[in-house]
Design a binder for this molecule. Sequence first.
Ligand SMILES: *[C@@H]1O[C@H](CO)[C@@H](O)[C@H](O)[C@H]1NC(C)=O
Ligand SMILES: *[C@@H]1O[C@H](CO)[C@@H](O)[C@H](O)[C@H]1NC(C)=O
Ligand SMILES: *[C@@H]1O[C@H](CO)[C@@H](O)[C@H](O)[C@H]1NC(C)=O
Ligand SMILES: *[C@@H]1O[C@H](CO)[C@@H](O)[C@H](O)[C@H]1NC(C)=O
Ligand SMILES: *[C@@H]1O[C@H](CO)[C@@H](O)[C@H](O)[C@H]1NC(C)=O
Length: 427
Amino acid sequence: MECRFLLIWIIYLPQVTSSTKQDCLSKRQALSSLRQIQKLLSGQEAAYLQSLRTMNKKLNLLQNTLTRQVSKLNETCPKLEVPNNGRKLGSISAVGHEVHFLCEKGFELVGSETRVCQESHSWSGQQPFCRNINECAKSPCLNGGTCVDDVNRFVCMCARGWSGTYCQNSVYSYWTSQTNSSFSRQPHCANMQGSTQCTCDEGFQIAGRDNSLCQDFDECELYYLGRLPRLCAHACVNTPGSYRCTCPPGYSLRGDQRNCKDVDECASRQHNCSRDELCVNTFGGFQCVQPDCPRARQNTSYVKTSLLRCERSPCPVDNKACTQAASSISFSYLSLVSNLSVPRVLFRMSAARMHGDSLRFGLLGGQGRSHFSVQRSDRLTGELVLVSRVLGPAVLEAELEMTELEKRTVLARFISKVTVFISQYDF
Ligand SMILES: *[C@@H]1O[C@H](CO)[C@@H](O)[C@H](O)[C@H]1NC(C)=O
Ligand SMILES: *[C@@H]1O[C@H](CO)[C@@H](O)[C@H](O)[C@H]1NC(C)=O
Ligand SMILES: *[C@@H]1O[C@H](CO)[C@@H](O)[C@H](O)[C@H]1NC(C)=O
Ligand SMILES: *[C@@H]1O[C@H](CO)[C@@H](O)[C@H](O)[C@H]1NC(C)=O
Ligand SMILES: *[C@@H]1O[C@H](CO)[C@@H](O)[C@H](O)[C@H]1NC(C)=O
């Protein structure tokens, strides 16, 4: 019985058998040895488990990384088309990557310039395409020429009597410059060290079959072709060696010889308005006006107290329709240039003195009402504001109303009718 312990000892710890090849050990010794072995084993077991856990952790990590890499391979968006007449920049269609689009010269991009491959594996934005730029959109052809759009360019079909890229030259002026001797001059030549050097007067350039002539060059054409800055506010006329600016009727050339100044026909008595009419100077012209008071109705009548003002006649007792009608109607005329920047205060209406406790301002109507709004500038003043750009020629009207109130009851109403004459040109 005693030797069973020895047997186990031998099996588990062969290296110590030599020291135990003696007789059987005492039970106490065997127990102590067993405890040592158990301790050793549990130590080994713990170390073994620890390394297994570490190994497992490493395997998990590796698996995760691999899974992520595999799924990333699949995180792409569908392939994008290259637009016709355009290019696509960027070829990676993985999540988070961007692709850019460009169009060739003469085309403009419609749609998204940049698209991003999103988490949802779809592209942001819209597939763009390249549209032929309509070079005719800006109406480049002058003097009644018809524009024909072509890729990257346009062609002007000129009306009779006009020529040039933009139909800017009257055939007559071209013909004149070629035939009228004022448009060509003799060059100044000098013999320098065996070779002849010729120069032309300012505004002329060497021309002719054998460079024997100085021909005027057309500054106006260079301007129209965009190679010179704006020469004239309105029109350009080529002259021998130079050019001159002209203005439309109703304007005169300013001192700078480039810009146009409105002629005040009213002040300079160049108008034909009658005695009962008021002459209103406009940009490029004038208007004769003679505002009328409203016709009498429902016992409400107006009398003209001045050329631009109507006052209500006294009302019959207890006639509500009459007392509710405007006490006065005044007329104003304004002249503006075309395409004026906005917002712009055009007109102010205010009460000289106030009988009630508050004032209210509003727009009643009038042709072109949508171009206006009303705002208050102080307790007694309302302002008529132009809120959109208007291209002339045009005539706009607005009716501005001022209401005087006492405890929310209307005491009196006043109306200003404003007429705005907008010229054809922006000067
Ligand atoms: C990749 O995506 C396609 C379609 O979304 C799916 O059918 C396929 O199983 C995915 N492959 C992997 C490896 O996730
Ligand atoms: C030639 O041009 C000059 C300058 O523009 C002009 O004064 C003259 O009348 C022209 N002559 C003819 C014959 O057209
Ligand atoms: C005034 O002159 C303009 C041209 O400037 C003309 O159209 C209009 O008929 C004239 N009116 C009168 C009353 O003569
Ligand atoms: C106008 O006034 C007269 C008396 O002054 C009266 O007979 C008539 O009914 C009034 N008309 C209206 C439309 O108020
Ligand atoms: C009006 O003015 C704006 C801003 O200055 C400009 O861009 C636009 O071309 C003008 N329109 C016309 C018809 O002149």
